[in-house]
Design a protein. Structure first.
Length: 145
């Protein structure tokens, strides 16, 4: 069964009572007991400053990925070699062409391939390619009819 609602909303349903144990209440609400007892740790001021600077760099240079942004922060002395990996996982992504660029757009007409099944070595269609005076490769004569 899928639990509905945020963790904090489900935590509010659970109250200590003698009839139902906390374990059973967590099970009924769809919340693990570790999720019930968890208290989130606030972000440190140093980490907030790092994330602010990371956002500034990302807005200045949107084509830079996480590795290049980490290198910029290292040059500024703000982060060690792997200190930025957690921050960059929070939605910082370089702008570059993504996959599926070959897909046709809306309203694009698909043209038929007219040379399917056509052999270029046939003498009647490409007589120049079979002549001894022809120095072109056979494939370059495909357009001759």
């Amino acid at each position: 069964m899928q639990a509905v609602g945020s963790v904090t909303a489900r935590q509010e349903f659970i109250t200590p009572c003698p009839e139902l144990s906390i374990r059973r209440q967590c099970e009924l609400v769809g919340l693990s007991r570790s999720g019930f007892y968890y208290e989130p740790v606030p972000e440190s001021a140093e980490n907030l400053a790092l994330m602010r600077r990371l956002d500034e760099l990302h807005l200045e240079r949107p084509v830079y990925g996480s590795r290049r942004l980490t290198a910029l922060l290292q040059r500024e002395g703000l982060v060690n070699c792997s200190g930025c990996s957690g921050c960059c996982a929070d939605g910082v992504e370089a702008i570059y062409p993504k996959r599926c660029l070959s897909q046709p757009g809306e309203g694009h007409r698909i043209y038929p391939y007219l040379l399917r099944g056509w052999k270029s070595a046939v003498r009647t269609r490409c007589g120049a390619a079979t002549s001894p005076m022809c120095r072109w490769p056979v494939a370059s004569c495909i357009w001759w009819h």
